[in-house]
Design a protein around this ligand. Sequence first.
Ligand code: UGA
Length: 435
Amino acid sequence: MKITIIGTGYVGLPTGVGFAELGNSVWCVDQDPNKIETLNNGTVTIYEEGLEELFSKNLKSGNIKFTTSMKEGLADTDLIMIAVGTPPHPETQEADMKYIYAAAAEIAEHLSDRYVVIATKSTVPVGTGDEVESIIKSKNPMANFDIVSLPEFLREGFAVFDFFNPDRIVVGSNNEKASNLINKLYLPFDGKTKMHFVSRRSSETIKYASNAFLAMKVHYINEMANFCEKSGANIFEVAEGMGLDSRIGNKFLNPGPGYGGSCFPKDTLAMAHMGRKFDVDLNLIESTIKGNSDRQKQMAKRILNTIKDVKDPTVAVLGLSFKSGTDDCRESPAISIVQELLFLAPSLKIKAFDPKGIPMAKTLLGNKVEYATDSYDALKGADLMAILTEWPEFKSLNLDEAKSCMRKNCIIDLRGMICTDKARDYGFTYYGIGK
Ligand code: UGA
């Protein structure tokens, strides 16, 4: 099948590479000439486990091609996937649809009476399919097309794995011809995953309802962590016990500094906005948004509290990306916490390390913090080790070496990475969460 993907970000690029690997002929279109040049020169523009290898293989074989030209990318295509960003609108916080609508208008110019299916892969508010349809119809009445909603459920850091091992494929289609084409696209997954065919509006809602539910689950376990701290229980034991109930499930029950990233924060805000638009109370989602933002502020206060008696303290921040396995620092709780620390204590010295996130962190924090070359470099002369992201390498830190690097031996571990008893055995004062 000939597929055109509009947008080469965290959704578009892994999706394009995945469909190319399955033997389709894929054109990726992006209006950023630098990105397209880099990709055409054989360099991947994002970090994703396993992506580089598949990207190089399919670029060499010609299964995937990159262009800035919509005309070139759309020639003879069977299926167009819109995978451009829907960031929060700076004033209203609803999903900003300007990139989607601009893409739709540009696509319209190149359509003809040759049938094509247009799928929205980006996370888009309910009713977007109808809006995209009317934009294209009004710009090009001759165009022969159907719109489907094909939401993406890839996790950053696991995008390649998730592409080839989806829990489900949700297809929102109001038309059999379009549904058949999508069915054909996913034939390689036949018997391995469930195809869930629903209306376009249901499909658009499934994506938001899923992300908001997961965000709420994270917020819930964080509230329980606070409760355990006061009640004498241990959140890790509690989460494990809850997760043994198959109705609850053991995933997304890890307490931490709150959820972040380019999806949960923006999608919960957009869902809350849709609730107001349709005049429906979405109290759970509203309270999740507030609770998550408060949590990051509370975590910054906790960090400062551990060093309140230290003169001219230095904090070693371990982890800047919004979770492990990615270089992405957008809406990262670690970044918010560092910003809050510097707001509350402007003279605080921070030395930060992240295995992948430093280049993006630099664009967000600039020179307000010092960037270290590894964990031990960050710990040199520090009074506090603050673990903010759950990178596996922080779990296996050599505590002897850490201790000899540091000025004071204190750990605040917001991700439950280091065993409390082990830290204390090594002579550290240890502050965790949820126990
Ligand atoms: C999320 C969804 O999981 C994907 O299914 C979806 O496709 C994607 O958004 C999207 O809409 O594009 P992602 O943003 O990559 O994926 O991140 P998650 O792995 O879901 O984690 C989100 C945040 O929750 C992170 O900050 C993470 O540290 C936090 N989290 C997650 C916890 O604090 N505890 C947990 O138990 C799980």
